[in-house]
Design a protein around this ligand. Structure first.
Ligand code: ATP
Ligand code: MG
Length: 498
């Protein structure tokens, strides 16, 4: 009898030592499925952002943790999941393949190829969500990210590691700016990630064709969740793009990411939140809409030299309605970013393209990163243009204008012409320096405003053909000295007196 007692005692002890949570407890059941959002009952111990397995390659991502149920977004098999299906916790968070092999590819937010090519050969995986670099892991923004767009590099310069918002109504050239910035990175060792959120399939297709035609896909990844995809996939796309770009940054490289656009991203998130029955606030957005974008954009940074000195520059895009930058999502994103480039329909239709409203556009950190040459030469432009706009108002009244006012108007008109730039024609740093020097010193007073662009074109051709050494020197020194000034002045005179 005593032996039995001992055995049962030992058994009890052994049972008590076993882990209390067996895998069986970690299964639940799908209660409802609605537009890509599932509610699951009976699934305990799930963490935020955890992958939930729904059988046969079907996964969902946990977003809502409540006492009795888990709200999750479906990542695949939207039409194959039904109420009553069994759901298992996986203890894994969502991740995507990263590394050089993704360059040149078009992928969905889960890392699956959309370009008909082979699967990505992952060098590794990175979690979609990752904490932003800390204060001590960062250093200040100090080198320029050249967009090759005259108006941007001279007036609202962008530095590597900066977040600069592109904001404007529909059809104002927002995407065009981003595409030109990507095209200009050719040969500059900057990896580009373009994230398309909620756009038309045809628009994304056109963009990929444009990038390919300008030989820019070699260093670019396109992450696409078009309007045809579910809200959950659109919601994930920017995090996927960031994970891919971040991998390059943490390996000491420079990366540029474009989120086109975060307005549609906010709408996708609102849809998910409403389906998850979260309480909604202003404009029916959930309360954490600010956090949605801040945790995304805070991941852009210039890392300290100790961490390899890599950088991630972000150009988020926001679409406004009738120029309303005070709406909820635009104000949020404006406050998170380091400045904004404001595009205006009126300017766009008046033929001022890129349609940048210089008065409302700012860059809070970029000027520290400008090259010496551009910084010095562009100092006065903003003021000149502001002055010009002011005088334009007077001129509209038909008042008699004095010589001083006429000069301001003439200068402004020429400057405006000079800052116009067709698509797909990014300008090199040395060309920009020469043009800025000519414009800010008002050397083209005698050239009619409309002829300024063609004159500048002629001047640059002449400079490259006859003064190549000067042009190369400017490029190399990133500076524009007195000697260069003399050379350019002489060239202008020569062409004017031709
Ligand atoms: P959406 O709101 O539809 O996304 P968007 O603001 O991104 O529009 P784009 O698609 O970039 O605007 O441009 C709208 C149109 O304007 C396009 O046809 C484009 O080719 C043209 N465009 C943009 N920038 C320029 C430019 N600098 N010069 C000439 N045309 C331009
Ligand atoms: Mg666009």
């Amino acid at each position: 009898m005593a032996d039995f007692h001992l055995i049962s005692q030992q058994l009890k002890e052994q049972l008590a030592a076993l882990p209390k949570t067996g895998s069986i407890q970690k299964a639940g059941r799908v209660k409802t499925v609605n537009d890509g959002v599932v509610l699951i009952e009976g699934l305990a111990d799930v963490v935020m952002g955890e992958l939930i397995y729904l059988g046969k390659d079907k996964y969902a991502l946990a977003l809502n943790l409540e006492e009795k149920q888990v709200g999750a977004i479906l990542l695949s098999g939207e039409n194959e999941v039904a109420a009553g299906d069994i759901a298992y916790a996986t203890h894994r968070v969502a991740s995507v393949p990263v590394g050089e092999d993704v360059l040149g590819r078009v992928i969905d937010p889960l890392g699956n190829p959309l370009d008909g090519g082979r699967n990505i050969r992952a060098k590794g995986y990175r979690n979609l969500e990752a904490p932003a670099p800390t204060i001590w892991q960062r250093t200040k923004v100090d080198s320029p990210l050249e967009t090759g767009i005259k108006a941007i590099d001279s007036i609202v310069p962008i530095g590597k590691g900066q977040r600069e918002l592109i904001i404007g109504d529909r059809q104002t050239g927002k995407t065009a700016l981003a595409v030109d910035a990507i095209i200009n990175q050719k040969g500059k060792n900057v990896v580009c990630v373009y994230v398309a959120i909620g756009q038309k399939i045809s628009t994304v297709r056109k963009l990929i064709d444009d990038l390919t035609a300008h030989d820019a896909m070699r260093y670019t990844v396109v992450v696409s969740a078009t309007a045809a995809e579910s809200a959950p996939l659109q919601y994930l796309a920017p995090y996927t793009g960031t994970a891919i770009a971040e991998d390059f940054m943490y390996r000491g490289k420079d990366a540029l990411i474009i989120y086109d656009d975060l307005s549609k991203h906010a709408v996708a998130y609102r849809t998910i939140s409403l389906l998850l029955r979260r309480p909604s606030g202003r404009e029916a957005y959930p309360g954490d809409i600010f956090y949605l974008h801040s945790r995304l954009l805070e991941r852009s940074a210039h890392l300290s030299p100790a961490l390899g000195g890599g950088s991630l520059t972000a150009l988020p895009i926001i679409e406004t309605l009738s120029g309303d930058i005070a709406a909820y999502v635009p104000t949020n994103v404006i406050s998170i970013t380091d400045g904004q480039i404001y595009l205006e329909s009126e300017l766009f239709h008046a033929g001022v393209r890129p349609a940048i409203n210089v008065g409302l556009s700012v860059s809070r950190v970029g000027s520290a990163a400008q090259t010496k040459a551009i910084k010095r030469l562009s100092g006065k432009i903003r003021l000149d243009l502001a002055h010009y706009r002011e005088m334009q108002l007077f001129a509209r009244f038909g008042a008699d204008l004095d010589a001083g006012t006429k000069a301001v108007l003439a200068r402004g008109e020429r400057l405006t012409e000079s800052l116009k730039q067709p698509r797909y024609q990014p300008v090199s740093m040395e060309d920009m320096a020469v043009e800025l020097f000519v414009m800010t010193n008002d050397l083209l007073r005698s050239v009619p405003a409309k002829e300024v662009p063609s004159f500048v074109g002629e001047l640059l051709t002449y400079m490259h053909q006859t003064q190549d050494a000067t042009m190369r020197k400017i490029r190399k020194a990133q500076d524009f000295d007195q000697e260069d000034e003399t050379v350019v002045r002489q060239a202008v005179e020569r062409l004017l007196n031709k």
